[in-house]
Design a protein around this ligand. Sequence first.
Ligand SMILES: NC(=O)c1ccc[n+]([C@@H]2O[C@H](COP(=O)([O-])OP(=O)(O)OC[C@H]3O[C@@H](n4cnc5c(N)ncnc54)[C@H](OP(=O)(O)O)[C@@H]3O)[C@@H](O)[C@H]2O)c1
Length: 166
Amino acid sequence: MKLSLIVAIAENNVIGKDNKLIWHLPADLKYFKALTMGCPIIMGRKTFDSIGKPLHGRTSVIITRNPNYRQDGCLIAHSLQEATAMLKHEAKAFIIGGEQIYRQAINMVDFLYVTKVHHAFDGDAFFPEIKPDLWEKTFQSDHQPDDKNAYPYSFMVYKRKTISIP
Ligand SMILES: NC(=O)c1ccc[n+]([C@@H]2O[C@H](COP(=O)([O-])OP(=O)(O)OC[C@H]3O[C@@H](n4cnc5c(N)ncnc54)[C@H](OP(=O)(O)O)[C@@H]3O)[C@@H](O)[C@H]2O)c1
């Protein structure tokens, strides 16, 4: 299975505040929808609470430590490993957050789909460092603000570098 992570990150690495997204960038929501449609999406329980419902056209897998947790229309896993094992017959899946899940998943995924929002925000959830020795940027498209999108942003794709042992 091709396992990817998708995230929108502010200039100061903030990704959220008070369990909510901070900025409203319709172009990024559209990009997220286009990339993830038809694919399973894996998220932490807090991110599910923040979204509030399963996203249509995508199987939602929610990760929680609570053995009694249930959510209509969603699959429940109790670790990232269990979530990916449940989806092993799928061609691809996306990890969609939040901070706790990204920090664990960045060691497991092969691709990062990053929307960089070129503005610093006050927040309480952060994305970990994308280490240049581990990740190669393979794509970037830059976009200026417009009447619907208040901040400049860039869509970027990173691929995990293959480490060759000399
Ligand atoms: N900018 C973006 O692209 C983006 C995307 C998604 C989310 N966000 C933001 O990220 C923030 C939420 O992140 P967060 O770190 O607070 O929460 P989170 O990662 O969404 O969820 C954390 C929860 O996941 C469960 N969990 C984590 N690790 C686990 C493990 N190893 N095994 C089993 N369960 C595990 C626990 O659930 P239980 O407590 O139920 O046990 C934990 O409380 C919000 O502000 C949200 O808006 C931003």
